[in-house]
Ligand binder design. Structure first.
Ligand SMILES: Cc1ncc(COP(=O)(O)O)c(C=O)c1O
Length: 463
């Protein structure tokens, strides 16, 4: 055996042994695992990422390797995850809202484990049941006449394909999207993205021309549609996130979605809702668009769909629009791995658990409980908070400055509490607790936050 292969075999054997061991690693092994993880990250992925990393780059936070980013994750259970050094973190990042069910929900895990014993993947030749069981369930839970689904792995893929479907159905290529939006970084999603930093290095993109309008401004969408029609620029679709989360937790005014629905209908343009993270009662209704009884033409969904066990995303549309996927060429859109059986079993269980356990009620009672306690803190510390925005259990804390943002976030992290940053706002932290969080954990979180706010307030007054 050549040298590199022998070394790959030895190294993989070592890690397989670790993976299969259910015990916590001892100190020496933990030390080795941390060093290996950090070095592999640096040498085979991205050294700059570690320098750039915000809340978790705590230079003096490790007795093993001072000066390194050493919070290496290892085990997760419900609300808490453990790093290799057995430190516990209460997770309010919710891994960017993928988790309504929290880590390792036993019902979802059981479904996936059982499915693994049947088959992890479809054959692609016979009819596999689970993809279409899931499509049927999604047809039951989506608004009005949305009926057909197709599955992918990643969220950006679902958006890519929604864009493709809109183009195929309308035979038009142009789009209206929002400034500061985020739908992903694969080529079509990227071509609609507002931020030039992500777009420009790629040079030629697929999806232009694209018109960007301010998010939440229905009049701007109406005007843009009017102008395009007047000058014979044919728009395929208006595509929006329900809440702009990566942009810093921006909640649109109540008239936004009903008005853009009416305007798109008037101009014979499709409306695509990127419900990737807002569905499953996250904002208080099953879908974001349910707040206004709006039915989009195409909807994408992901995050909570896979119960945080096996990734899957979907795009859904009506029978009328889906025709172009079926004929004349039924193979116009295919994938080998999207909607594989393990992910479908996770999704079927995740939806089942959410309906069975009444996540609607849980989400509503918890966001009310949380906001009743969070709002007074925002008022008490005007030197720290600019404002707070929320819809249901999607909450954005907006700080006075990026420095204050960093102080609060890193202090929370030091106290074992993880919350989310945003891609496009340096002053906003997102709070995104799983819907099944307990009141005890809400109280614990609030008391840590209160302690941190008191400290940061003193620190900044002493500067
Ligand atoms: C609303 C929305 N759409 C699309 C995406 C793209 O997801 P990904 O890059 O994980 O495929 C995200 C990512 O968080 C998102 O929040």
């Amino acid at each position: 055996m050549e040298k590199q292969k022998a070394s790959a075999l030895e190294y993989s054997n070592k890690w397989l042994e670790i993976i299969k061991n259910n015990e916590n690693p001892d100190v020496n092994q933990a030390d080795w695992m941390i060093r290996e993880s950090v070095n592999n990250f640096k040498n085979h992925f991205n050294a700059w990422w570690l320098d750039y990393r915000k809340s978790v780059t705590l230079a003096d936070y490790c007795w093993l390797i001072p000066g390194e980013c050493v919070a290496v994750e290892w085990k997760w259970k419900w609300a808490v995850f453990q790093d290799i050094l057995w430190r516990e973190y209460l997770d309010w990042l919710g891994w960017y809202w993928m988790m309504s069910h929290w880590w390792s929900n036993p019902d979802v895990v059981a479904a996936v484990q059982a499915q693994l014993l049947h088959t992890p993947m479809p054959s692609q030749e016979l009819i596999d049941p689970l993809r279409w069981v899931l499509a049927r369930i999604i047809a039951e839970i989506t608004p009005w006449d949305l009926k057909y689904s197709f599955f992918a792995w990643s969220w950006t893929e679902a958006n890519e394909w929604a864009i493709k479907l809109a183009k195929m159905y309308t035979k038009k290529s142009w789009f209206i999207v929002a400034v500061k939006w985020f739908h992903g970084k694969t080529m079509w999603s990227l071509s609609l993205i507002w931020k030039k930093d992500y777009r420009e290095p790629v040079w030629q993109l697929y999806g232009w021309p694209v018109y960007h309008v301010p998010f939440g401004d229905a009049a701007a969408v109406e005007k843009q549609l009017e102008i395009c029609e007047t000058v014979w620029v044919w728009i395929a679709a208006v595509m929006m996130e329900p809440v702009q989360w990566e942009a810093g937790a921006i909640v649109p005014p109540d008239d936004f979605w009903p008005r853009i629905r009416a305007a798109t209908k008037k101009h014979w343009v499709l409306l695509i809702a990127d419900e990737v993270q807002t569905w499953l009662w996250r904002t208080g209704k099953f879908w974001w668009v349910d707040h206004w009884n709006v039915v989009p033409d195409i909807m994408t969904m992901a995050k909570a769909l896979w119960g945080w066990v096996m990734p899957i995303s979907a795009f859904v549309s009506t029978e009328e629009i889906w025709q172009c996927m079926m004929s004349p060429n039924p193979f116009i859109h295919t994938t080998t791995t999207g909607g594989w059986a393990l992910a479908c079993s996770a999704a079927i269980a995740a939806i089942n658990v959410a309906i069975r356990d009444d996540y609607a009620w849980m989400a509503e009672s918890k966001w009310k409980y949380l906001m009743d306690r969070l709002n007074p803190l925002v008022e008490k510390y005007p030197e720290i908070y600019e404002s707070i925005t929320w819809k249901g259990l999607l909450i954005g804390q907006h700080f006075k400055s990026a420095d204050i943002w960093y102080r609060v976030t890193s202090e929370l992290f030091k106290n074992g509490l993880l919350i989310a940053w945003t891609l496009n706002s340096s002053v906003t932290s997102r709070i995104e607790p799983p819907i099944i969080i307990t009141y005890e954990q809400l109280d614990k979180w609030l008391s840590i936050l209160e302690k941190v706010l008191e400290k940061v307030s003193k620190d900044i007054k002493n500067i």
